[in-house]
Write a new protein. Structure first.
Lengths: 234, 320
């Protein structure tokens, strides 16, 4: 469904990605693991058009999407939930969710998406009118995921959904990711918590210094001695 | 809930009724003139608020669009005898188009480009109008712009007052509608977090250009009104100090709110008039008020008072 081939991405003169190639098939949950600064988030930013690649090819359902602008890529069905649980703090929960469905003009469709999201996150409905800035970190993360779902993604990209959250809240996030997986949503997950990521995903790529160092099924990686040593704590 | 709605509606109508009644009570032309000028500044501050308050871009050339609107309307009147009823739409359209061009060019390259280009525009326009003697009459200014006339009635202060009040109400309503629409949410979203706004498919450039076009259109219309009200315009309209005054009105009044720029415009039009009596200390007091309002009401007068009222109602914890 998504093919990323040999992309190079730069921040100024610093090369963040070296010939990164990844593949996501329909209905799969694929994760990118690796240390801080390995290029996981940059890969997502490159796919979503926020940081276009200098070289390489990205296709989505056979159609070339590298070089498209961020808003055009969202319209193609690739929706990113950025790192750091970004919400629009001054807008209410309801308005934040509407922003997620920004490209949708059909009110009926928006209403359906809203009902679906509220069913998944009942707390959001309860606090519909509250400004998102007053939420706790975990609630903001849920809102951020919910907002991404409002766009009815065909490919959902989650960037560090567990980052900085209390274990009990992470459980909630995990429950939601599993629920989405059950619904056959295609997900590309970036996680520093390799243990968690490998537990959830079908396949995974390990990034090191901007290069893919290892890839395979989640079980393969989880039992790989190198991964065990570096990321799973022996 | 319903009770609440009707009371807020009432609270909103009362000021409008008071404003409508003003010329009935006040017959002093000087007072009406000050109020009309406050109306013009309100249009300018409200339109700049779209840029500063909603999308978060500092335009330093607002007086340029005001002046261009005034000159277009004024020249059409003096050279071709075209009345305000055609001159005003022409001024609005021209400044909208100019806003489109400048927005399209500068919002592509971010950073300071927009601030610098808008800043430069005012100065360029001042030099052009100063030196193009054959067209604009240069520093002597353009005289003899026709006053407003409707159905054979020559406008007096009272009529001008109602005319500007109508424009102010219309513009305030439009901004209120924008703020509470899909566009307004996109504006606020871009202001708060642009990469994230892009990530939810907001084409930020397009919305910035759109916001700027609305803003410059209103400024052009304000300029047209000024030209036909005062019937004399000069290159001084393009002075940077005019832009700065508008920026101050927006910031001190409360950027991002509908009411803030109105309050700011009224205060900073009335204040210099009241302070005329103590001529020498005028700018001193003006400066002190500016300093205090920035020190103690960081977000502006209107948001600060709204906060106090909300605190009294005990609803602050929900919105803080």
């Amino acid at each position: 469904m998504l093919r990323v081939e040999d992309i190079n991405t730069f921040y100024g003169t610093v090369q963040a990605l070296h010939e990164v190639s990844i593949n996501v098939n329909e209905g799969e949950l694929v994760s990118l693991i690796g240390a801080n600064g390995a290029g996981k988030s940059t890969t997502l930013r490159t796919i979503s058009g926020l940081r276009p690649p200098a070289k390489g090819l990205i296709t989505f359902r056979g159609e070339r999407i590298d070089g498209l602008r961020a808003y055009e890529i969202v319209k193609k069905g690739i929706v990113m939930c950025p790192e750091g649980r970004h919400v629009f703090p001054q807008l209410t929960v309801y308005e934040n969710l509407l922003m997620g469905a920004f490209t949708e003009n059909n009110k009926q469709v928006i209403k359906q998406s809203l009902e679906r999201v509220y069913a998944m996150f009942p707390i959001l409905q309860k606090r519909e009118k509250q400004a998102a800035g007053t939420f706790s970190g975990g609630e903001q993360q849920m809102l951020a995921i919910a907002r991404a779902l409002m766009a009815r993604p065909q490919l959902l990209m989650l960037d560090e959904p567990s980052l900085g959250l209390a274990p009990i809240i992470i459980q909630d996030i995990v429950r939601i990711i599993l629920e989405l997986k059950k619904e056959k949503m295609t997900i590309l997950l970036v996680e520093q918590n390799a243990k968690l990521a490998l537990k959830l995903s079908d396949r995974a790529y390990c990034l090191e210094n901007g290069k893919v160092s290892l890839s395979g099924s989640a079980e393969e990686l989880a039992t790989n001695p190198r991964i065990k040593e570096l990321y799973l704590g022996g | 809930m319903k009770m609440n709605k009707t009371t807020t509606k009432l609270l909103q109508t009362i000021p409008v009724l008071i404003l409508l009644a003003v010329p009935v009570v006040v017959t002093n032309n000087y007072v009406l003139n000050v109020l009309i000028m406050a109306g013009i500044w309100t249009l300018l501050a409200s339109s700049l608020n779209i840029m500063i308050g909603l999308v978060g871009q500092l335009s330093m050339g607002h007086a340029a669009f005001y002046g261009i609107g005034a000159y277009i309307s004024g020249l059409l009147s003096v050279r071709l005898g075209i009345p305000i009823w055609l001159g005003m739409p022409a001024a609005g359209l021209a400044t909208t188009f100019l806003g489109y061009l400048i927005g399209k060019l500068t919002f592509r390259v971010r950073g300071s480009a927009f601030v610098l280009v808008t800043l430069g525009l005012g100065e360029v326009m001042r030099l052009v109008t100063n030196n193009w003697m054959s067209l604009t009459n240069g520093p002597l200014g353009l005289q003899g712009i026709s006053p407003v006339k409707l159905f054979g009635v020559n406008f007096t202060y009272k009529h001008y007052y109602y005319f500007i009040l109508l424009l102010v109400l219309l513009v305030s309503y439009i901004i209120w509608r924008i703020k509470n629409s899909r566009f307004g949410r996109a504006f606020i979203a871009m202001n708060e977090n642009e990469p994230l706004a892009n990530a939810v498919a907001i084409h930020s450039e397009r919305f910035l250009v759109l916001a700027f076009m609305i803003s410059t259109c209103i400024a052009g219309i304000a300029g047209s009104f000024y030209a036909h009200y005062v019937t004399f315009i000069s290159p001084d309209l393009f002075l940077l100090s005019n832009t700065v005054t508008i920026v101050v009105m927006v910031i001190v009044g409360g950027k991002g709110t509908v009411l803030g720029p109105i309050v700011g415009a009224i205060i900073f039009t009335l204040l210099p008039e009241w302070l005329r009596a103590i001529d020498n200390y005028r700018m001193l007091i003006y400066g002190l008020i500016l300093m205090f309002s920035i020190l103690f009401m960081k977000r502006g007068i209107v948001p600060s008072f709204a906060r106090i009222i909300k605190k009294k109602r005990g609803a602050l914890h929900e919105y803080s």
